[in-house]
Design a protein around this ligand. Structure first.
Ligand SMILES: Nc1ncnc2c1ncn2[C@@H]1O[C@H](COP(=O)(O)OP(=O)(O)OP(=O)(O)O)[C@@H](O)[C@H]1O
Ligand SMILES: [Mg+2]
Length: 289
């Protein structure tokens, strides 16, 4: 895996952007809560930064400010201040090192996911400026089948559905995939199996889900990767310092580095179904018609 990571990293360093200036919007979601989305999102951002990608994380979880807690930060402003016109997007972005910025959602998240036409121009102008600042917008959508979560997924270019190998997590992942709607009717549905004991467990979980999705929903899904159940993750959550910063050699972060390699591979494939950040905002509007 380590060899694969260094080869992919080399490729990424030499990368020629497939679609210059176009930011990829990726939603990370799960049917059931507590499967590890927030931990994954912050570490994926750190791993992508190692591949020279600039990443913005939108904390799309309602109220709980999960991403802030994971990084141990307390941003002053959120999407709420952007939507009310009090602040510009540059004022609410919270930098984590050189290549990562957090876009705190807080209570503005529901409003953003349920945009109306009156807010469109201001939001488009502000979000449009993100395109120059980063390559990837990663959204931690929170769990479940709520309107806000489904709208974020529907407006994104790709979705990563996270699950664990426990049966309820799988049933809920199936429910989420069934509910995903997209204006273009097609999405790349990528799956990450978290907290596995061995690779076989990851494959078995994925194959069980894939069989059900193929049979009853009739769409393909893609196994993007898996992450080991790793005690360093629990420690890092307590310390509010992601493993990608404090435990780079932990099995969990090595798995995330490998997934980041797969994500950069996906990113290099043209074209995206929802057209990056501008498509994201206009799709949110369409989904609310
Ligand atoms: N690979 C892992 N190994 C061990 N523990 C993990 C792993 N991934 C996540 N966890 C643990 O699972 C718990 C939940 O993780 P996290 O908060 O990232 O989940 P979530 O899906 O974002 O939850 P929510 O739906 O409530 O937002 C955390 O306490 C974390 O320590
Ligand atoms: Mg979370």
């Amino acid at each position: 895996m380590v060899d694969q990571v260094s080869t992919l990293r080399k490729l990424a360093e030499e990368r020629v952007e497939a679609v210059p200036g176009k930011m990829r919007v990726i939603a990370v979601s799960s049917g059931k809560g507590g499967v590890g989305k927030t931990t994954f999102v912050v570490n994926l951002a750190l791993a992508l930064a190692e591949y020279n990608y600039k990443v913005i994380i939108l904390d799309g979880d309602l109220g709980l400010a999960n991403v802030d807690v994971a990084f141990g930060i307390t941003p002053k402003y959120s999407i709420k201040h952007l939507l009310s016109g009090e602040k510009k997007i540059e004022d609410i972005l919270y930098p984590i090192g050189r290549d990562i910025k957090v876009l705190p959602g807080a209570s503005g998240v529901v409003e953003l996911a349920n945009l109306d036409r009156g807010q469109l121009k201001n939001v488009l102008v502000n979000f449009g400026r993100l395109e120059k600042m980063a390559d990837i917008l990663l959204i931690d959508t929170g769990a479940g089948l709520g309107h806000t979560v489904l709208n974020f997924i529907g407006a994104s270019d790709d979705v990563i559905v996270m699950l664990t190998s426990e049966p309820p997590s799988m049933t809920d992942a199936y429910g989420l995939i069934k509910s995903i709607k997209s204006p273009s009717g097609k999405h790349n549905i990528n799956v990450v199996v978290n907290r596995i004991k061995n690779e076989q467990e990851a494959h078995q979980s994925f194959e069980r889900l894939e069989r059900a999705v193929k049979k009853f929903i009739g769409i393909p899904i893609n196994l993007l990767g898996w992450i080991y159940d790793d005690p360093s993750v629990g420690r890092s959550v307590m310390e509010q310092r992601p493993v990608g910063l404090s435990q780079q050699h932990s099995p969990a972060f090595q798995c995330v580095q490998w997934i980041a390699g797969n994500v950069t591979g996906v990113y290099l494939q043209p074209p995206t179904p929802n057209n990056g950040i501008k498509g994201f905002i206009t799709s949110l509007l369409k989904l609310n018609k």
